[in-house]
Design a protein around this ligand. Structure first.
Ligand code: HEC
Length: 178
């Protein structure tokens, strides 16, 4: 692809600056503009100053910034690893939701803590959720004791419940491509 886009400066004004995050940076030659969304994809653009009177920038390079779909999955994965698997699945659910356990006949079977259990159990949630909001509701309802053979496992409003709710929301949004 040939990059030959020139930009003139139509107007300039000073903008309040409260941090480098997401800000455009100009080093005297190159203007770097992060994340202007175009067609649902975020880009970082590098514009080179090729003339200062009149001011003209030329598009030098651009790169695609990770899309928000990936970041939902990343957020869900991180939350799962840090909180959901160790604090909820391993401490509570797996007691019954395991092969041969009290909930061994259900469609929700986890594996006990091992070097691969986080990945395996994350996949089990993924499969069970199956892009369906009704599945998300079912998981939350069962966990807080509504029509659940295992009774109350997470009290509504507790940190554990809130984290579980957040995790399921992220995972479902990722699956639904939100
Ligand atoms: C003390 C045992 C026990 C514990 C602990 C337990 N459960 Fe259960 N769970 C059951 C039993 C028994 C069933 C089957 C009867 C029913 O549907 O309630 C079940 C069913 C379910 C179902 C329905 C599965 C399906 O195939 O439709 C979900 C979802 C569920 N549990 C979620 C959880 C979650 C999430 C946890 C951990 C926070 C958990 N359970 C902890 C005993 C338990």
């Amino acid at each position: 692809m040939v990059l030959n886009y020139d930009f003139g400066l139509l107007a300039a004004s000073e903008i309040p600056f409260d941090g480098p995050e997401g800000a455009s940076v100009f080093d005297g030659q190159i203007l770097r503009v992060p994340s202007p969304a175009a067609g649902g994809v975020d880009y970082t653009l590098d514009l080179t100053l090729i003339s200062s009177d009149p001011i003209i920038f030329r598009l030098a390079t651009y790169s695609i910034v990770e899309s928000s779909v990936q970041s939902k999955l990343e957020q869900a994965t991180a939350l799962y690893k840090e909180s959901i698997d160790p604090q909820t699945v391993q401490m509570r659910c797996v007691v019954c939701h395991v092969q041969g356990g009290l909930a061994g006949g259900t469609g929700l079977l986890f594996t006990r803590s091992s070097s691969t259990s986080i990945t395996t159990n994350f996949g089990i949630f993924s499969q069970f959720l199956d892009s369906r909001d009704t599945r998300r509701t079912k998981l939350l309802d069962k966990a807080r004791g509504i029509d659940h053979g295992g009774g109350v496992q997470l009290t509504e409003g507790s940190v554990g419940y809130t984290q579980f709710e957040k995790f399921l929301k992220l995972l479902l949004e990722y699956q639904a491509g939100v």
